[in-house]
Design a protein around this ligand. Structure first.
Ligand SMILES: [Zn+2]
Length: 189
Protein backbone atom coordinates (compact mmCIF):
# COMPACT_ATOMS: atom_id res chain seq x y z
CA UNK A 1 0.00 0.00 0.00
CA UNK A 2 1.42 3.37 -0.91
CA UNK A 3 2.31 5.83 1.78
CA UNK A 4 -0.25 8.32 0.49
CA UNK A 5 -3.09 5.83 0.64
CA UNK A 6 -2.01 4.86 4.12
CA UNK A 7 -2.07 8.53 5.16
CA UNK A 8 -5.52 9.02 3.67
CA UNK A 9 -6.91 5.89 5.28
CA UNK A 10 -5.39 6.76 8.68
CA UNK A 11 -7.04 10.15 8.43
CA UNK A 12 -10.39 8.65 7.47
CA UNK A 13 -10.18 6.09 10.26
CA UNK A 14 -9.34 8.77 12.79
CA UNK A 15 -11.86 11.42 11.80
CA UNK A 16 -14.21 9.88 9.26
CA UNK A 17 -17.77 8.83 10.03
CA UNK A 18 -20.27 6.68 8.24
CA UNK A 19 -22.11 8.80 5.67
CA UNK A 20 -25.79 9.29 6.41
CA UNK A 21 -26.55 10.28 2.81
CA UNK A 22 -24.74 7.48 0.95
CA UNK A 23 -23.78 4.33 2.78
CA UNK A 24 -20.77 3.52 0.57
CA UNK A 25 -19.10 6.85 1.43
CA UNK A 26 -17.04 7.91 4.44
CA UNK A 27 -17.98 11.33 5.77
CA UNK A 28 -15.23 13.79 6.63
CA UNK A 29 -16.68 17.28 7.08
CA UNK A 30 -15.40 20.20 5.00
CA UNK A 31 -14.41 23.34 6.91
CA UNK A 32 -17.36 25.47 7.98
CA UNK A 33 -16.42 28.34 5.64
CA UNK A 34 -16.39 25.99 2.67
CA UNK A 35 -20.13 25.44 2.27
CA UNK A 36 -23.44 27.13 2.96
CA UNK A 37 -25.81 25.37 5.36
CA UNK A 38 -29.15 24.50 3.77
CA UNK A 39 -30.52 24.93 0.26
CA UNK A 40 -32.35 27.79 -1.43
CA UNK A 41 -33.45 25.63 -4.38
CA UNK A 42 -34.41 21.98 -4.74
CA UNK A 43 -31.71 19.61 -6.03
CA UNK A 44 -32.06 19.14 -9.81
CA UNK A 45 -28.50 18.93 -11.14
CA UNK A 46 -25.36 16.84 -10.67
CA UNK A 47 -22.10 18.58 -11.61
CA UNK A 48 -19.09 16.36 -12.29
CA UNK A 49 -15.56 17.64 -11.75
CA UNK A 50 -12.02 16.43 -12.16
CA UNK A 51 -9.53 17.71 -9.59
CA UNK A 52 -7.06 18.50 -12.37
CA UNK A 53 -4.14 17.27 -10.32
CA UNK A 54 -3.43 14.66 -7.73
CA UNK A 55 -0.86 13.65 -5.18
CA UNK A 56 1.54 11.36 -6.87
CA UNK A 57 4.89 10.27 -5.64
CA UNK A 58 7.21 9.29 -8.49
CA UNK A 59 6.47 5.76 -9.66
CA UNK A 60 3.92 5.31 -6.96
CA UNK A 61 0.39 4.37 -7.93
CA UNK A 62 -2.45 4.92 -7.56
CA UNK A 63 -2.46 8.65 -6.82
CA UNK A 64 -4.82 9.80 -4.10
CA UNK A 65 -7.01 12.77 -3.31
CA UNK A 66 -5.33 14.14 -0.21
CA UNK A 67 -4.95 17.57 -1.85
CA UNK A 68 -8.69 17.93 -2.39
CA UNK A 69 -9.44 16.76 1.15
CA UNK A 70 -6.94 19.24 2.54
CA UNK A 71 -8.21 22.04 0.34
CA UNK A 72 -11.83 21.60 1.48
CA UNK A 73 -10.75 21.74 5.13
CA UNK A 74 -8.21 24.54 4.77
CA UNK A 75 -8.49 27.77 6.75
CA UNK A 76 -8.03 29.54 3.45
CA UNK A 77 -10.42 29.51 0.51
CA UNK A 78 -14.05 28.52 0.51
CA UNK A 79 -14.43 25.76 -2.06
CA UNK A 80 -15.86 22.29 -1.58
CA UNK A 81 -17.71 19.45 -3.27
CA UNK A 82 -20.22 17.05 -1.77
CA UNK A 83 -18.24 13.99 -2.80
CA UNK A 84 -14.69 13.08 -3.84
CA UNK A 85 -14.16 9.82 -5.71
CA UNK A 86 -10.56 8.72 -5.42
CA UNK A 87 -8.50 6.73 -7.92
CA UNK A 88 -8.99 3.50 -5.98
CA UNK A 89 -12.77 3.94 -5.81
CA UNK A 90 -12.89 5.27 -2.24
CA UNK A 91 -15.74 7.76 -1.88
CA UNK A 92 -15.31 10.58 0.61
CA UNK A 93 -18.29 12.81 1.37
CA UNK A 94 -17.36 16.26 2.67
CA UNK A 95 -20.65 18.21 2.53
CA UNK A 96 -24.11 16.87 3.38
CA UNK A 97 -26.50 16.77 0.42
CA UNK A 98 -28.93 19.05 2.27
CA UNK A 99 -26.22 21.74 2.37
CA UNK A 100 -24.85 23.83 -0.50
CA UNK A 101 -21.27 23.07 -1.57
CA UNK A 102 -19.17 25.72 -3.36
CA UNK A 103 -18.04 24.09 -6.60
CA UNK A 104 -19.75 25.68 -9.60
CA UNK A 105 -20.25 29.43 -9.03
CA UNK A 106 -23.80 30.16 -10.22
CA UNK A 107 -24.97 26.56 -10.18
CA UNK A 108 -24.36 25.64 -6.55
CA UNK A 109 -27.83 26.20 -5.15
CA UNK A 110 -29.59 23.38 -7.03
CA UNK A 111 -26.67 21.01 -7.53
CA UNK A 112 -24.62 18.23 -6.04
CA UNK A 113 -20.90 18.44 -6.85
CA UNK A 114 -18.71 15.39 -7.31
CA UNK A 115 -14.92 15.57 -7.68
CA UNK A 116 -12.99 12.79 -9.40
CA UNK A 117 -9.33 12.66 -8.47
CA UNK A 118 -7.49 12.81 -11.78
CA UNK A 119 -5.66 15.04 -14.17
CA UNK A 120 -7.37 16.50 -17.22
CA UNK A 121 -5.19 14.36 -19.48
CA UNK A 122 -5.95 11.08 -17.68
CA UNK A 123 -8.95 8.82 -17.92
CA UNK A 124 -10.72 7.80 -14.73
CA UNK A 125 -9.66 4.41 -13.43
CA UNK A 126 -12.14 1.63 -14.13
CA UNK A 127 -13.19 1.34 -10.47
CA UNK A 128 -13.48 5.12 -10.16
CA UNK A 129 -15.75 5.16 -13.20
CA UNK A 130 -17.88 2.36 -11.74
CA UNK A 131 -18.18 4.02 -8.31
CA UNK A 132 -19.16 7.26 -10.02
CA UNK A 133 -21.89 5.47 -12.00
CA UNK A 134 -23.20 3.92 -8.77
CA UNK A 135 -23.23 7.18 -6.83
CA UNK A 136 -24.82 9.22 -9.62
CA UNK A 137 -27.44 6.51 -10.26
CA UNK A 138 -28.41 6.63 -6.63
CA UNK A 139 -28.64 10.44 -6.68
CA UNK A 140 -30.73 10.43 -9.88
CA UNK A 141 -33.14 8.03 -8.24
CA UNK A 142 -33.28 9.88 -4.92
CA UNK A 143 -33.91 13.32 -6.44
CA UNK A 144 -35.71 12.28 -9.67
CA UNK A 145 -32.97 13.75 -11.84
CA UNK A 146 -33.15 12.83 -15.55
CA UNK A 147 -30.24 10.78 -16.92
CA UNK A 148 -29.19 13.20 -19.62
CA UNK A 149 -26.42 15.72 -20.10
CA UNK A 150 -28.17 18.94 -19.25
CA UNK A 151 -27.11 22.02 -17.27
CA UNK A 152 -30.49 22.73 -15.66
CA UNK A 153 -32.05 19.40 -14.84
CA UNK A 154 -29.73 16.49 -15.41
CA UNK A 155 -26.06 15.57 -15.20
CA UNK A 156 -23.31 17.80 -16.57
CA UNK A 157 -19.59 18.42 -16.54
CA UNK A 158 -18.29 21.51 -14.80
CA UNK A 159 -16.78 22.40 -18.17
CA UNK A 160 -20.29 22.59 -19.64
CA UNK A 161 -21.01 25.47 -17.24
CA UNK A 162 -17.73 27.28 -17.00
CA UNK A 163 -15.74 29.03 -19.71
CA UNK A 164 -12.82 29.22 -17.28
CA UNK A 165 -12.71 25.44 -16.70
CA UNK A 166 -13.60 23.94 -20.09
CA UNK A 167 -11.67 20.72 -19.39
CA UNK A 168 -13.25 19.96 -16.04
CA UNK A 169 -15.21 16.73 -16.44
CA UNK A 170 -15.63 16.99 -20.19
CA UNK A 171 -12.91 14.66 -21.45
CA UNK A 172 -11.91 12.31 -18.64
CA UNK A 173 -14.42 9.60 -19.48
CA UNK A 174 -16.71 8.46 -22.24
CA UNK A 175 -19.95 10.34 -21.60
CA UNK A 176 -22.04 8.11 -23.82
CA UNK A 177 -20.99 5.00 -21.93
CA UNK A 178 -21.33 6.79 -18.61
CA UNK A 179 -24.98 7.80 -19.16
CA UNK A 180 -25.83 4.42 -20.67
CA UNK A 181 -24.46 2.58 -17.63
CA UNK A 182 -26.46 4.82 -15.30
CA UNK A 183 -29.62 4.11 -17.32
CA UNK A 184 -28.94 0.38 -17.24
CA UNK A 185 -28.29 0.45 -13.52
CA UNK A 186 -31.49 2.39 -12.79
CA UNK A 187 -33.48 -0.08 -14.88
CA UNK A 188 -32.42 -2.88 -12.52
CA UNK A 189 -33.02 -1.07 -9.23
ZN1 LIG B 1 -14.56 21.67 -11.71
Amino acid sequence: MSRLIQRRDDWLRREGQRSIDYSSAIFLAAGSGHFTPGRSLPISLIVLHVTGSHDQMPHEAPPVGLSAMNMFRSEHGNTSAHYIIDRDGTIIQMVRERDTAHHATNYNRNSIGIEHVSRYDLLLTEIQFRKSVELVSSLCQKYSIPVSRNINNGICAHGDLSKKKPHCGTGSWNWERYLLEIQQRLATI
